[in-house]
Design a protein around this ligand. Structure first.
Ligand code: GUN
Ligand code: ZN
Length: 435
């Protein structure tokens, strides 16, 4: 763990919610800023002169005009699917059958899973993602190796064993009892062990029997401080299938509510095709949504209603997520860009402050770790990224015409990729540096 160091550069922090108070009141931006890190935490940040005067004996690392800000938080991703990113020609249900399930079957081999987990977390760091909520596979060892990879890099990551006891091929199904027992053993082994967070992970309503969903609800009530992650209303055929499988439920979200799988700490991936009752129930239960824009475009699922869910119903926590590998990128810049484009297609322009907030504080709030990561604030864990704001010729040219910080950040979210991530700090330590 670091003693004490000061990172100097431009700094960006959120002091409020830009969806509520607007971009300028919600942010604190310093062109000559500094972040003082001590013992792996942010001790303070602000104008460089003041910070450096107060901490005169602390070494200073000067990043010039680079931006120092919180690492990105990805609130929904599938590490085992990275090998099938960019698979052609299918929508959700056939994409699962043709590409996803066969790939996940190979994760019964812990060696395959360990290699994939290491690759995934290293790619996250290269893209400036310092925390994620991650689906493993049905195999418990796929969770062990993931948490081992995260712990080896001291990352605050959430992960869980996928529960699926029907409508899946041989080798990829558990039972209600085995799924419960294995999840419980994994919670006892990993939740709160170092920075690890366990997420109870029923894949989605169609791949679990009512017995399995009931067992999952019971387990969550035994461990209320773990997360619960699943999928909701991503694709119209999926929604119709859920209505067939659960004829007594009022709607898709109602299935999860019935089995005790809604509430604070529940993260629902997608939520594209919601009824008004579902919107109200998501809000009233305190559940969160993971918006997965590149997945929604790539596998053709639909256009998320950011304005309706977040601008007008600001009490619903919404985070931003890559959903690799239905999602087509592990870059939060590409994810923010596609969120912007989807909003544009619905006649709403997503301001860069709002996009950035979704990709940091929003996701951390959905994961119930916003008191620990996802922002610059005294006492928060120093998971930070250093962004080169002129990482390509095109960005440099565009930024030269920028009138304010929002133009500069907007250029990043539309044009940047992993070349913009100059360094990633985890708990105050530089764990990734671009060569
Ligand atoms: N719904 C159920 N499983 C999955 C998955 O792996 N990816 C996506 N995008 N949707 C799902
Ligand atoms: Zn997903």
């Amino acid at each position: 763990m670091t003693q004490s160091v000061i990172l100097k550069g431009q700094t960006l922090a959120f002091v409020d919610d830009p969806f509520v108070v607007g971009p300028d009141l919600a942010t604190r931006f310093e062109t000559d800023g500094a972040v003082w890190i001590e013992g792996g935490l942010v001790r303070s940040f602000g104008p460089a002169d003041a910070i450096i005067a107060e901490a005169s004996s602390v070494p200073v690392h000067d990043f010039g005009k680079h931006l120092i800000t919180a690492g990105f938080v990805d609130c929904h991703a599938h590490y085992p699917q990275l090998p099938i990113i960019a698979s052609y020609g299918e929508q959700l249900l056939t994409w699962l059958e043709k590409y996803t399930f066969p790939t996940e079957t190979a994760f019964q081999d812990a060696g395959v899973a360990a290699e994939a987990a290491s690759f995934f977390v290293d790619e996250c760091l290269r893209n400036g993602i310092t925390s994620s909520a991650v689906f493993a596979t049905v195999h418990p060892e796929s969770v062990d190796v993931f948490f081992e990879a995260a712990a080896a890099r001291n990352l605050r990551m959430a992960c869980g064993k996928v529960l699926m006891d029907r409508n899946a091929p041989d080798g990829l199904r558990d039972t209600a009892q085995d799924g419960y027992d294995q999840s419980k053993a994994l919670i006892d082994a990993w939740h709160g062990n170092g920075r690890n967070v366990y997420a109870l992970t029923p894949r989605f309503a169609p791949t679990s029997t009512p017995e399995q969903l009931a067992a999952a609800g019971a387990l969550w009530s035994e461990y209320p401080d773990i997360l619960m992650q699943t999928h909701l209303s991503e694709n119209p055929k999926e929604v119709a299938w859920v209505a067939d499988l659960f004829p007594d439920a009022p709607d898709y979200f109602g299935v999860y509510e019935h089995f005790g799988l809604a509430g604070p700490g529940a993260i629902f991936g997608h939520a594209v095709h919601l009824t008004n009752r579902e919107r109200a129930a998501i809000r009233d239960t305190g559940s969160a949504i993971a918006h997965c824009p590149t997945s929604n475009t790539f596998i053709g699922s639909g256009l998320f209603d950011m304005q309706g869910l977040r601008d007008k119903e600001a009490t619903i926590p919404v985070g931003l997520a890559t959903d690799v590998a239905g999602g087509s990128s592990l870059s939060m810049f590409a994810t923010m860009r596609t969120a912007y484009e989807i909003a544009q297609l619905r006649g709403y322009s997503l301001h860069p402050a709002k996009a950035w907030h979704l990709a940091t504080v929003g996701s951390a709030t959905a994961m119930r770790i916003a008191d620990k990561v996802g922002n610059l604030a005294p006492g928060i864990e120093a998971d930070l990224i250093i962004i080169d704001l002129t990482s390509t010729n095109l960005i440099r040219r565009r930024v030269a015409r920028a009138e304010n910080i929002w133009d500069v950040l907007f250029a990043q979210m539309i044009l940047a990729d992993d070349r913009a991530i100059a360094a990633t700090y985890v708990a105050g330590e530089p764990v990734y540096r671009q060569d």
